[in-house]
Write a protein that binds this ligand. Structure first.
Ligand SMILES: Nc1nc2c(ncn2[C@@H]2O[C@H](COP(=O)(O)OP(=O)(O)OP(=O)(O)O)[C@@H](O)[C@H]2O)c(=O)[nH]1
Ligand SMILES: [Mg+2]
Length: 287
């Protein structure tokens, strides 16, 4: 067999390589910590630990920056990042997107935590802003459900219940009964920190910082962008409106195709255009 044919035959076995995001769709990539029930039980306070949440925010920041995401949302051990229809990294190849995002998340989390941990990744697609709003409402409802279950589970465990008994209680109780279970032990679920019940949202914002004009040798105000971290998200209709506004707004990263920060390939670890705070230089579109 000649070398070209052999090469083509081998390539054809990379069956999934041709899979790409559909044109013109909104995309969400969701990464989720693998085996984090055990991992968090070993390393973090239950049911919630601010240190764990801070690590998830750093991981979400890395994804937002590397991908130029429009919005990122984290709850429990998962992060969803929203990519607008014009997203064009990696030729929109599914294999690349899934593997690279799992890699970015695993590396960022491990780097920040100092303990190895890894993430899986999947892709969601929607045809309009309405779908995007539904998606993020869905994940926010999941956050509330997980928070209520988590608080009940660890409260029961704290009362001396076994793993199995606590799980069985949760299976047979309604949402109202779970709230009551906590209330009877002095915990008002609705009074718990919003980030635990509603998750954390992140998006690009602009701010002014003094810059230096080397030609005129004077200080001038300069527009910069950074990733805003919102730990007091609204819920229900107000949250839906927030997501719609973020999706409908002109690209908040201020990036334009071909400009710095909207490259074909982010280039690898440490190559992000942003510093550790997710702060970036303004692109030609001005942010
Ligand atoms: N201790 C603690 N656990 C947390 C915190 N946030 C999330 N978790 C736990 O992370 C786990 C996430 O659940 P899953 O993703 O369904 O479970 P998993 O073990 O990661 O399983 P796979 O994702 O299928 O690999 C749950 O057990 C949560 O209780 C936290 O702040 N502290
Ligand atoms: Mg998980």
């Amino acid at each position: 067999m000649d070398a070209d044919r052999f090469e083509a035959e081998q390539r054809s076995r990379e069956w999934f390589h041709s899979l790409v995001l559909m044109p013109g769709v909104w995309t969400v990539i969701r990464v989720d910590g693998r085996g984090f029930s055990r991992f968090t039980e070993e390393h973090f306070d239950k049911p919630f630990d601010e240190r764990f949440s801070a690590l998830m925010v750093e991981t979400a920041r890395a994804l937002t920056t590397e991908l130029g995401a429009r919005y990122a949302y984290t709850e429990s051990d998962e992060i969803s990042v929203l990519l607008d229809p014009s997203f064009d990294l990696f030729g929109r190849e599914v294999e690349k997107l899934v593997s690279v995002t799992a890699g970015i998340a695993s590396a960022a989390f491990t780097h920040a935590a100092g303990t190895p941990a890894h993430f899986d990744s999947r892709i969601w697609m929607g045809t309009g802003v309405g779908d995007v709003v539904d998606y993020f409402s869905w994940r926010q409802s999941d956050a509330a459900r997980c928070a209520l279950n988590g608080w009940c589970y660890w409260t029961l465990r704290g009362d001396g219940e076994s793993r199995r008994a606590a799980t069985a209680v949760l299976k047979r109780t309604t949402k109202a009964e779970k709230n009551e279970l906590l209330f009877s032990r002095g915990i008002n679920f609705n009074g718990l920190p919003a980030w635990q019940r509603r998750g954390i949202g992140m998006w690009w914002e602009t701010f002014e910082r003094a810059g230096f004009d080397p030609i005129r040798e004077v200080e001038v105000p300069a527009g910069r962008r950074r990733v805003h971290v919102e730990r007091e998200l609204p819920m229900k209709d107000e949250y839906r409106s927030l997501i719609a506004a973020l999706a409908e707004k002109a690209d908040p990263t201020g990036r334009v195709p071909g400009a710095r920060g909207r490259r074909d390939d982010p280039g690898g670890p440490g190559s992000a255009t942003a510093g550790p705070t997710g702060e970036v230089e303004p692109g030609p579109a001005g942010g």
